[in-house]
Design a binder for this molecule. Structure first.
Ligand SMILES: NC(=O)c1ccc[n+]([C@@H]2O[C@H](COP(=O)([O-])OP(=O)(O)OC[C@H]3O[C@@H](n4cnc5c(N)ncnc54)[C@H](OP(=O)(O)O)[C@@H]3O)[C@@H](O)[C@H]2O)c1
Length: 277
């Protein structure tokens, strides 16, 4: 049997990197894409194929996928859409240009890549598409509105796509993690300081004692519910290799608890719980 192939976006760190390593260890040929050429070179030195894909750049999506297909003879067994970032800050502090930039990265780029992959999977008669969403794809949280909006949009697109593809041999799954150890906090901090004029905000004091502190001071220990990226890899492997992959994989206790609470509680009570969390 020929080696299975997968394209993963956002492999410079965190879940993407862990997924690339664990799937390779299971015998997959992994195209571990990054947006920064230095990261691509680092992964190539580790023995991966590493096409450059910047999800805000349509040309790099096209050329990155072409590079993969040139290496595989035009086939691709699986796509793991993963590369994304956050942009913490209250909705009223979020510049439209920042929100647009984040949506290009977290939603439009994923959509563009997925649309180009589906015809390949249809033609070869099989395929798996796995979308790395979040607990914030089905509940909301203060100061995370941009990211929440992007993951809710992703959930909507993915649910529609899964229904549309139900009579095809292409399986579509959502992964919905809660807190996972990765570079996300560091990358979120960079986005916050780049886009949010926090000192002139109505929330300045709250930012100073919360987000800014969290971003600038060394934090001891893990979030009590935080799991390593390998917890995501386990579910990803099921989504890719099981005969009957699931539509959704929730990971970490908060992801399970929030899923129950949002079904049971009226909005006002759910808001209270989330505000306290
Ligand atoms: N960590 C968590 O708690 C958590 C929870 C739920 C869901 N997730 C999801 O897990 C996925 C991976 O995040 P992570 O936790 O592993 O964080 P991470 O360590 O920050 O990794 C994010 C990856 O996405 C890449 N990326 C960001 N913007 C991109 C763009 N425009 N084009 C291409 N690549 C881009 C980053 O590349 P650079 O290094 O070049 O920025 C990096 O490789 C994301 O979809 C995230 O929403 C994470």
């Amino acid at each position: 049997m020929s080696q299975k192939t997968i394209l993963i976006t956002g492999c410079s760190s965190g879940i993407g990197l862990a997924a690339a390593r664990s799937l390779r260890a299971r015998g997959w040929r992994v195209f571990a894409s990054c947006r920064n050429p230095d990261d691509c070179n680092r992964l190539i030195a580790e023995g991966f194929d590493s096409p450059r894909i910047e999800l805000r750049d349509a040309e790099s999506i096209r050329s990155g996928l072409q590079e993969v297909l040139a290496a595989t003879g035009g086939k691709l067994d699986a796509l793991f859409n993963n590369g994304a970032r956050g942009m913490p800050g209250a909705i009223e502090d979020l510049p439209a240009a920042g929100l647009r930039d984040l949506m290009e990265s977290n939603v439009i780029g994923w959509h563009d890549l997925t649309r180009q992959v589906i015809p390949i999977m249809r033609a070869q008669g099989h395929g798996r598409i796995v979308q790395n969403s979040s607990v914030l794809g089905y509940v909301s949280m203060r100061y995370r509105g941009a990211y929440v909006a992007s993951k809710h949009a992703l959930e909507g697109l993915t649910d529609s796509m899964r229904i549309e593809l139900r009579d095809t041999p292409i399986h579509v799954s959502l992964i919905e993690p809660g807190p996972i150890t990765s570079d996300m906090r560091k990358n979120n901090a960079a986005q916050f300081f780049e886009w949010i004029d926090w000192e002139n905000s109505a929330f300045a004091e709250d930012y100073r004692n919360g987000l800014v502190k969290r971003f600038t001071e060394k934090q001891e220990g893990l979030d009590p519910f935080e799991l390593p990226a390998e917890a995501v890899c386990k579910k990803l492997i099921h989504a890719l290799e099981a005969n009957r992959p699931r539509a959704r994989y929730r990971i970490t206790k908060p992801a399970h608890i929030m899923n129950v609470l949002r079904r049971l509680l009226p909005t006002s009570l759910l808001d209270w719980v989330i505000a306290k969390a």
